[in-house]
Design a protein around this ligand. Structure first.
Ligand code: FES
Ligand code: FE
Length: 422
């Protein structure tokens, strides 16, 4: 922790490369960050009916996100109370209970203990049902996004999200959304913070990493990535909004629902969106990619991302595609195709980003072997004045090229992982 405080200097725009892959740092992260923060686990539309469940991760902890027979959403450690065997072995399902594959203990979808095989014979001395309840995390939802935390003393979810709620309303609260299919998952040999900070704060890379998009004429060349706003939403959350002034980019059929759910300021910003990316601290990212010409129409495929650590230098990437439930069929259909072509395992853009993150991770591992820390530059926009007349919450900067949100990400990260000493 002391070394972290000496070398991680977000306010000076300096982050040492070793923090991305140091195994000791990673152990602290699992305990103090993934063990305590609010973490995204599922979208409500993935478990619409009583008895539905999906299996997810909170850091490295495998959990069951369950809608009980009573309709209530609960999040349980996926671990049997008898000997700790994994309880739900499938990725998703529906049923009143889970039966452990080891000795057959059975638990209801509200977490209570239901029974054990040969119970009267095997446990003739009796079994205390209460002590056998599944270990349950605290959970809550915002805009259809279900979050959970192991921290009983954590602030309410809405406080944790803070200023980010204003933007989440635009992203997922503007309409009723549904997840299309099941999320794609793949392994990337990258430290988890690299994609998280990229989505939170890095509009700058698009002009270089994804330059071919402009060359192919898929986005307008010069300005791409530059015009818009950079938002430090507090608590380590960050986002960027690219803007255009050609008017609304979505099917007019959806407008009424948007009007009902958004304030006039939020609606005005929505209409100007060219792209919209961000990260809910620590590891939930989102993206409305640039609207592209596809199948003769203008579409975009919105995605949620989660960067689940599976070690200090590797992640399981999760990718959900979301669409408005009430959208016209062509929007759903073409949006799904656009999503598949741009991001995910087969996406044109995904590969570019992945290559960066892999190489950065390799170099972080090298930095670990050197005595002197290799300091990386996070100084873009230091000292720049935020806007005063922006209607949304958070600290907002004019222009997307800025690293203020990355500095805030690492400040929040440092406070949690190394303890506040400021
Ligand atoms: Fe689950 Fe024994 S470990 S029943
Ligand atoms: Fe990118």
């Amino acid at each position: 922790a002391e070394r972290l405080h000496k070398t991680v200097l977000p306010e000076e725009g300096l982050i040492p490369a070793y923090v991305h892959t140091d195994p000791d740092v990673y152990r602290l992260e699992l305990q103090r960050l993934f063990g305590r923060a609010w973490l995204f686990v599922a979208h409500e539309s993935e478990i619409p009916k009583p008895g539905d469940f999906v299996v997810r991760d909170m850091g490295e902890a495998n959990v069951i996100v369950s809608r009980g027979d009573d309709g209530k959403v609960r999040v349980f450690l996926n671990s049997c109370r008898h000997r700790g065997m994994k309880l739900a072995c499938e990725d998703l399902g529906n049923g009143p209970s889970w039966r452990c594959a080891y000795h057959g203990f059975t638990f209801r979808n509200d977490g209570s203990f239901l029974g054990a095989p040969y119970q009267r014979f095997a446990y003739s001395e009796g079994l205390d049902r209460e002590s056998l309840r599944l270990v349950e995390a605290r959970s809550d939802a915002y805009g259809g996004l279900i979050f959970a935390t192991w921290n009983r003393a954590a602030e309410p979810l809405a406080d944790f999200l803070g200023a980010m709620t204003w933007y989440l309303d635009i992203l997922v609260g503007r309409a009723e959304f549904e997840v299309v299919g099941t999320p794609q998952r793949w392994i990337v040999p990258t430290a988890w913070k690299l994609p998280a900070e990229n989505f939170a704060s890095d509009a700058y890379h698009t002009a270089t990493t994804h330059a071919f998009l402009a060359k192919l004429g898929l986005v307008s060349g010069v300005d791409f990535g530059r015009l818009g706003y950079h938002v430090d939403a507090g608590n380590g959350h960050g986002l960027g909004i690219g803007v255009q002034d050609d008017g609304p980019w979505y099917p007019p059929e959806l407008r009424q629902e948007y009007e009902r759910n958004l304030s006039p300021d939020q609606l005005a910003l929505l209409d100007r969106i060219k792209n919209f990316h961000g990260n809910v601290f620590p590891n939930l990212s989102f993206l409305i990619p640039n609207v592209i010409e596809f199948g003769g129409r203008r579409v975009t495929g919105m995605t949620l991302r989660q960067w689940q650590p599976i070690g200090p230098d590797s992640i399981q990437a999760w990718s959900w595609h979301l669409v408005e439930k009430g959208a016209p069929e062509w929007w759903k259909e073409l949006g799904r195709k656009a999503y598949i072509q741009t991001f995910g395992t087969s996406g044109m853009l995904e590969q570019d980003d992945t290559e960066n993150w892999e190489a950065q991770t390799r170099n972080s591992q090298i930095a670990l072997t050197l005595d002197e820390p290799v300091m990386l530059h996070y100084g873009m926009g230091i000292g720049r004045e935020p806007m005063r007349d922006f209607p949304g919450l958070g600290t907002v900067y004019d222009g997307k090229f800025n690293e203020a949100a990355a500095r805030s990400f690492y400040r929040r990260w440092l406070d949690l992982v190394a303890g506040e000493t400021r």
